[in-house]
Design a protein around this ligand. Structure first.
Ligand code: HEC
Length: 141
């Protein structure tokens, strides 16, 4: 145990400090870059297990979000799905599903807004972005 070790430890700490500073800068940039980056992460964590990474769903089990006519036909209805969950028959691109999706109402209005902005503007979908106010409205309805 001598000066060398001390210097090594100090170097490691400097690297850690540098890394955490870089991560902080990186994450604050992600926030300012808009909702899409955050929406992508939240989608991966909350939705992709069923609807899959590219929104393609799983035939016969989980309907697609990519290119979904049901999703894009009615923005208000679409926002209420993660807020309240969904059960009963839905027809997506001509295929019937009669299953159940749990609610994600425990996520904040902003998080659901970011997810829906991402979903409605990814994999070929071209929609409007979704605001936290619109999610709050869906919650109240
Ligand atoms: C546990 C599996 C599961 C998870 C996780 C899940 N869903 Fe679903 N989702 C379903 C099922 C099943 C349906 C069809 C429900 C029915 O048949 O009534 C559905 C339907 C939908 C629909 C309407 C149909 C369509 O394809 O356009 C949307 C929109 C949707 N989900 C969005 C989301 C979003 C956003 C998330 C993440 C916050 C999410 N889902 C998480 C299983 C899931």
């Amino acid at each position: 145990m001598g000066l060398d070790l001390f210097i090594e430890v100090e170097k490691t700490m400097n690297i850690k400090l540098f890394l955490s500073a870089a991560i902080l800068v990186g994450s604050s940039q992600a926030v300012y870059a808009g909702d899409m980056d955050n929406g992508k992460k939240l989608y991966a964590a909350n939705c992709a297990a069923c609807h899959q990474a590219m929104g393609q769903g799983i035939p016969g089990a989980f309907p697609p979000l990519a290119g979904s006519d049901y999703l894009m036909a009615d923005k208000q209805r679409a926002i209420s799905i993660p807020v309240k969950g969904l059960q009963g028959k839905v027809t997506v691109n001509g295929t019937d599903y009669n299953s159940a999706m749990p609610s994600f109402g425990h996520l904040s209005d902003q998080k659901i807004a970011d997810i829906m902005s991402y979903v409605m503007n990814s994999w070929g979908n071209e929609g409007e972005s979704v605001t936290a106010e619109e999610v709050a409205q869906a919650r109240a309805n």
